[in-house]
Design a protein around this ligand. Structure first.
Ligand SMILES: *[C@@H]1O[C@H](CO)[C@@H](O)[C@H](O)[C@H]1NC(C)=O
Ligand SMILES: *[C@@H]1O[C@H](CO)[C@@H](O)[C@H](O)[C@H]1NC(C)=O
Ligand SMILES: *[C@@H]1O[C@H](CO)[C@@H](O)[C@H](O)[C@H]1NC(C)=O
Ligand SMILES: *[C@@H]1O[C@H](CO)[C@@H](O)[C@H](O)[C@H]1NC(C)=O
Ligand SMILES: [Zn+2]
Length: 424
């Protein structure tokens, strides 16, 4: 198990001009079993753990090196696991996806509007929010809130109805703390577009509430995953830990029961919680946003993929907070709205018991800081590797997510009306 998580970064070290993709010939397997719920024990039995890359927390979705596939199939058979091949050649698939996105970038160059036709780069996303602020100077405001480890400028967009009233309640939203979850960045971008461009339709959402949105929490990681197909599955930040291991799992790095559970105390692991809480400049940015808005902040919403979940605190334990009914009510409003609109079923529940306990996540931190509603929304899987919905799926997935976000916002606005309105 220990070596298992090394695969990602050891593969990324010697990363120069490689012909093809390092994942050429890798297959993705989905495992099911009548008797086991976790596959992690399975990987203790493999000969060379670095040939396995886990794509899900319980190890039931795994990417396997071509040289290890025969051994793996034997192992499955001997341990009562069924399998299905989700992807017969990860490298080929990734190369195609990258070429498609390159083609789409040529077809739809950024011209002041980021649509749902392709995945945008970090710079384009920053340009988009700047352009919106210029287009709607009385309603939309961009603010620099920090720098990533590699020096990228991190900006929030605050969307208001332009009436100039101060001290409204706030919905805080972010996305992309995990680099490879591109559909999360896309969904945040869509929400920004809806609230900014379509604001008359959403007047109620902006009446007594401002929306503060950090579209890309982990810009270094996001840029890294877009650099080449070899990096597509990078999840963490990019600050080196030691000479051979890079990056921290941002969503294990918050200072609330930090490093207690759901992380791996190994700097090469994809779920390394960092050498200490808030070791990453990017999580510090989110912390400061949360702290500066606590009091006014009524909902914190962080977008991830994949899973089709709306998850609420706590993550660090499977105990429920005393206000869990409020969380459940708002989350249900989102899940039900999505179900009605598209038939997609988002599961609702507390993180710690719905997936597995995770400490140091941003939703727990925001909840503890005073946001009465705090959610991790896991968008649906897509593409043969689950993490890469093809560009042609973006439109459907982000519109569907927005239906849920809008419904949750309405419920929050109803439950937490503005108290000390400073109307003159
Ligand atoms: C494990 O697999 C990797 C990738 O195929 C290979 O480079 C490495 O030499 C193997 N290690 C051992 C101990 O066999
Ligand atoms: C990308 O565009 C090139 C040139 O038009 C075309 O030959 C190629 O098939 C396209 N690739 C994909 C994956 O769509
Ligand atoms: C970095 O950390 C890993 C995991 O603990 C360890 O195996 C490796 O030796 C370390 N490398 C250096 C250069 O300290
Ligand atoms: C983090 O937790 C691990 C146990 O999982 C422990 O070995 C390690 O010392 C902890 N690190 C810190 C800095 O507390
Ligand atoms: Zn995630």
């Amino acid at each position: 198990m220990k070596l298992l998580w090394y695969a990602m970064c050891s593969l990324f070290i010697a990363q120069t001009e490689v012909k093809g993709c390092i994942y050429d010939g890798f297959k993705v397997y989905e495992l099911t079993s009548k008797i086991h719920s976790s596959a992690l024990d399975l990987y203790r039995m493999v000969k060379n753990e670095s040939q396995y890359v886990l794509l899900s927390g319980r190890g039931t979705i795994v990417m396997v090196h071509p040289e290890a596939q025969a051994e793996f199939l034997h192992l499955l058979e001997n341990n009562q696991w069924e399998h299905r091949v989700l992807n017969h050649d990860v490298g080929l698939d990734l190369s195609n996806a990258f070429e498609t996105n390159r083609n789409l970038t040529n077809l739809y160059p950024y011209k002041g509007h980021a649509g749902t036709d392709r995945y945008y780069t970090f710079d384009e996303i920053n340009r988009y929010i700047e352009d919106l602020a210029q287009q709607y100077p009385s309603r939309v405001f961009v603010k620099t809130v920090g720098k990533s480890y590699e020096g990228r400028t991190m900006k929030t967009i605050r969307i208001t109805n332009g009436d100039g009233r101060a001290k409204k309640n706030v919905i805080l939203m972010d996305g992309g703390i995990h680099a490879r979850e591109w559909i999360a960045h896309a969904a945040v971008l869509y929400a920004i577009g809806e609230l900014s461009n379509n604001y008359q339709k959403h007047a109620q959402l902006l009446q007594d509430y401002d929306w503060v949105i950090l579209p890309v929490v982990n810009p270094d990681g996001y840029e890294f995953t877009q650099l080449s197909a070899d990096n597509r599955f990078w999840r963490k930040t990019r600050q080196p830990i030691n000479e051979s291991c890079i990056g921290t799992d941002g969503n294990r790095n918050f200072d609330f029961h930090w490093n207690e559970t759901g992380a791996y105390w190994d700097p090469c692991s994809t779920i390394y919680p960092g050498p200490k809480a808030f070791s990453e400049p990017e999580t510090i940015v989110v912390r400061d946003l949360i702290q500066s808005l606590a009091g006014r902040g009524k909902m914190y919403l962080t977008l991830h993929s994949y899973g089709q979940y709306i998850l609420y605190p706590y993550g660090y334990t499977n105990a429920l907070p005393v206000t869990w009914r409020d969380l459940e009510e708002v989350a249900r409003a989102g899940a039900n709205a999505i179900m009605e609109a598209t038939g997609t079923r988002y599961k609702v529940g507390c993180s710690g018991s719905s997936i597995y306990p995770i400490a140091g996540a941003s939703d727990d931190y925001a909840f503890n800081a005073g946001f009465p509603i705090s959610f991790t929304m896991e968008l649906p899987p897509g593409g043969a590797n689950k993490f890469d919905p093809p560009a042609s799926d973006i439109d459907r997935l982000v519109k569907e997510a927005w239906v849920g976000i809008e419904a949750m916002a309405r419920k929050v606005i109803q439950k937490y009306p503005l108290k000390d309105s400073t109307v003159l």
